[in-house]
Ligand binder design. Structure first.
Ligand code: ZN
Length: 232
């Protein structure tokens, strides 16, 4: 038997698990135990892209118990339907709104998003689920050659499109209209360390360092600068 305390350098994940238990947990033990005793009451549902460079806890300064998180490729939200399929993202939205009674839903896309790029360039032929999933971006795609500017615009349009789809969820619309829930569209620019928040009144994404709020969701049809209605 080898000594269980000796870990090969290659298994860095095991080292990190031990580090969490020995270093982080003792300093936050009471918080975790309170969250178990009292249950979780997160105020925010965070729907983000799976991209490894997007770290919700760093962006928001949130700790344990503060964010209910759903992540998927592209931070996409399927249209609400009643097909009783295995819809993980839909299930999480229902749970967050109906059981946790969250007060905010954040949809967070980001710069250099591989999902957006793949929506333009196509996925590998074997990736049938990915290909179907990325159709949720179709309406946000621009009829231009992908370049840095069009990618940025598409990433932001995709966020707004998902906010619009959220309003198609009956429980979301009901809570938004009751003033109990707000929707926030964010576009995180990795290289600048800046989140740009969608302001429905201005019809634009505003850098958080300049914005007066963390984003207002679409409560009316969204019209772009050129007058094009993205979703009606
Ligand atoms: Zn992404």
């Amino acid at each position: 038997m080898s000594d269980p305390a000796v870990v090969t350098a290659a298994d860095d994940l095991l080292l990190r698990l031990r580090h969490f238990r020995s270093d982080y947990f003792p300093r936050h033990q009471q918080r975790f135990q309170d969250l178990v005793a009292e249950g979780q009451h997160p105020k925010t549902l965070f729907i983000g892209c799976s991209d490894s460079r997007l770290v919700p806890y760093l962006l928001t300064g949130a700790g344990p118990g503060e964010l209910f998180i759903v992540r998927n490729v592209g931070a996409l939200i399927p249209p609400y339907d009643q097909s009783h399929g295995l819809h993980g993202t839909m299930a999480a939205i229902e749970f967050a709104v109906l059981s946790l009674h969250v007060e905010r839903i954040v949809v967070c896309g980001h710069s250099h998003c591989g999902a957006i790029r793949t929506a333009y360039e196509g996925a590998p032929a074997e990736a049938v689920a990915l290909t179907a999933w990325l159709k949720l971006i179709d309406e946000a795609l621009l009829p231009v050659q992908p370049c840095a500017e069009s990618m940025r615009r598409t990433e932001q349009r995709a966020v707004v499109l998902q906010l619009e789809r959220l309003m198609g969820y009956p429980m979301v619309r009901r809570e938004v209209e009751a003033g109990a829930l707000t929707l926030h569209g964010w576009h995180y620019v990795i290289e600048d360390g800046e989140v740009h928040v969608f302001d429905a009144q201005q019809g634009d994404f505003i850098a958080a360092s300049l914005a007066s709020n963390s984003g207002t969701g679409p409560y009316a049809p969204y019209v772009e600068h050129d007058g094009q209605i993205l979703v009606d």
